[in-house]
Design a protein around this ligand. Structure first.
Ligand code: OOG
Ligand code: NI
Length: 465
């Protein structure tokens, strides 16, 4: 097949995220309500701030502002994880970052499959936070074996999906018809199944070990557990959820509201209790329920350097030492006040963040810089002379503490449980069949390349004088 008849990975990803969105809205009506609320608030925010509108018009496509930015799934075996990696690669999504959630009482470790590179991100930024269950963290040996057996017997990908992925790998891409088939075949993997593959009794035992284990092991496939559109005003959406009849989690995860947003703020509505049938002792179906699926929203800010991230982590810990947010929301206002107060220690102007080495920036030449002549300049001189400008690089990844907060509120707030912290990136990468991209190195690389380009041009011009 000629390579030029292949559709781009970006297009397959866009089609896939659109298909997933339609399926999820259909399966979880409250999610559709959240989507409409987000669209309304985004429209209001834009109408109230023409400056914001101009800025977004220049950098993002406005018509896609309220679309999904991410979703999440939880896998059971290494075979599932490595196949998922191959599926996402066809969609231009690659594993970035390693997240150990055992520290937060959740027996999984994770990565984010996402587009890498400004152009792919701007075409469609959809990513999937993908967790792998760690049966090694389950104390009950008998249960561990049973769970492993159930997982080994299930098949989460259709034969057609696997065949299409193999074709894409072999031929370097897919034509339009195959790409469309891949999207619909892969969608099957993420679909909800209201008939479990375990008995009521086993579900209960899995659930008692950890609710998340029951969620991963009991079903035919790794149903998408949430989707997350982008909001321009997360506080407003959080405040208005109850008016729309959906119950938000107690607090917005992540940093406080700021003039210069950092990292990622996110919140969700609580997972819904859904009817599920389990296999009865006599082979008939028994009615029961399961709680897993929810809707989330996110607002992103600047990517932080290791130094900035360490400061963020410290301030978040300090806040939580002062006020521990209660699951029922009873001290949410107090927590928010403490968060805002503690985070005063984090500079809240772009140049302050830059000069303190806390965030990553992309440098570019100004109009004046493009027509530069004269003396050689170092970066600070060139910025002061108005030759070079800097813009924050958006954080495209996730935050383990926030992720744990999201997991926790959606697993039921009584599910908090302690595991010994045991990050195992080596094991994760072996199971994945690839290494994950280091997010810090990646942002640093973008910053460095932009800087070298600018200084190169400024100083080349000076040298030519
Ligand atoms: C994933 C939670 C992580 C986020 O936004 O931090 C996540 C899960 O619940 O499976 O999506
Ligand atoms: Ni999420």
């Amino acid at each position: 097949m000629k390579a030029n008849s292949h559709v781009s990975a970006d297009k397959i990803r866009s089609d896939f995220s659109a298909a997933m969105s339609a399926m999820y809205r259909d399966e979880v009506p409250a999610y559709g309500t959240l989507m409409s609320l987000v669209a309304t608030v985004n429209a209001e925010t834009l109408a109230a701030d023409p400056h914001l509108k101009d800025r977004l018009e220049a950098t993002d496509s406005l018509d896609r502002i309220s679309e999904e930015r991410h979703g999440a799934i939880r896998l059971g075996t290494r075979e599932e994880l490595s196949m998922m990696r191959r599926v996402f690669a066809v969609m231009g999504m690659y594993p970035v970052g390693y997240y150990d959630l055992s520290t937060a009482g959740v027996p999984v470790h994770s990565t984010a499959f996402r587009p890498v590179g400004a152009e792919s991100l701007s075409r469609n930024p959809f990513r999937v936070f993908t967790s792998l269950l760690r049966l090694d963290l389950i104390a009950d040996e008998a249960l561990r074996h049973e769970a492993a057996e159930v997982l080994a017997a299930r098949k989460i990908f259709t034969n057609e999906a696997v065949a299409l992925v193999e074709r894409a790998e072999y031929e370097g891409g897919l034509d339009a018809a195959d790409a469309a088939r891949l999207v619909s075949e892969v969608l099957e993997t993420f679909r909800w199944h209201d008939h479990a593959i375990v008995s009521t009794d086993m579900y209960k035992r899995l659930h008692d070990a950890h609710r998340l284990i029951a969620d991963v092991v009991s079903f035919k496939g790794p149903h998408i557990n949430h989707l997350t559109p982008r909001t321009l005003d997360i506080d407003k959406v959080q405040a208005r959820m109850p008016e729309e009849g959906i119950a938000p989690k107690a607090i917005v995860e992540g940093p406080p509201t700021r003039a210069c947003p950092i990292l990622l703020r996110q919140t969700s509505f609580k997972a819904l209790e859904e009817a599920v049938s389990f296999i009865g002792a006599d082979g008939s179906w028994q009615k029961g329920s399961h709680t897993a699926r929810f809707g989330e929203i996110e607002q992103r800010g600047i990517a932080l350097t290791p130094k900035g991230r360490a400061l963020y982590d410290k301030l978040l810990n300090d806040t939580r030492a002062r006020v521990r947010p209660a699951a029922d929301g009873s001290n949410a206002a107090e927590y928010e006040a403490a968060l805002a107060d503690v985070f005063k220690a984090f500079p809240d102007d772009w140049d302050g963040i830059r000069k303190a080495g806390l965030g990553y920036f992309s440098y570019s030449l100004t109009e004046k810089g493009r027509n530069v002549s004269g003396r050689r300049a170092d970066l600070e001189t060139a910025i002061e002379a108005g030759l070079i400008r800097f813009d924050p690089i958006v954080y495209e990844d996730f935050l383990p503490v926030s992720a744990a907060g999201i997991f926790q509120s959606n697993l039921g707030d009584d599910a908090a449980q302690d595991f010994v912290a045991s990050p195992n990136q080596v094991m994760f990468e072996r199971d994945l069949g690839a290494t994950v991209l280091d997010e810090f190195a990646h942002y640093a690389g973008i910053q460095r390349a932009s800087l070298e380009m600018c200084l190169g041009i400024v100083n080349m011009a000076a040298a030519a004088e």
